[in-house]
Write a protein that binds this ligand. Sequence first.
Ligand SMILES: [Zn+2]
Length: 144
Amino acid sequence: MKIIIAKLFVLAFGGGLILYGALGSIDILFVTGPKLERSELVEPGVMYVPALIGAGIALVGLVLLLGGWKRIKRFEKLERDFRLKTFDWYKRTYPHLITNGEIQCFGCGGGKLQVRALMQHTYHREHFCPQCGTTLYYSPECNS
Ligand SMILES: [Zn+2]
């Protein structure tokens, strides 16, 4: 639910800036600018400055849109991994790597796991192999 709101926000905000900047530029270059130049209210060529500013605004909108979208996608993937890549999943997928409670890394075979909290309101911890950096599985944080 929160992700949908974030998506709408990124689309509306980034898309709004793109439309605003691009339409403003087009208007200045092809409609308002030539009209003002014909009526000799402005020097020829002076309208390129606001047109460039408009293009800049559109560019900022595009960067925000793509950057925001990428962040949301990354978060979505993480949320999916939290649900899928649990210890149970690891046990089911790599039963041969777990012996007497000792867990081995599927990437390099290392047997020393480390745990780190992911923060940023994810409420999950990552169990990873310090030897090769591979994430093995996730577990929810205990809220006690
Ligand atoms: Zn490893």
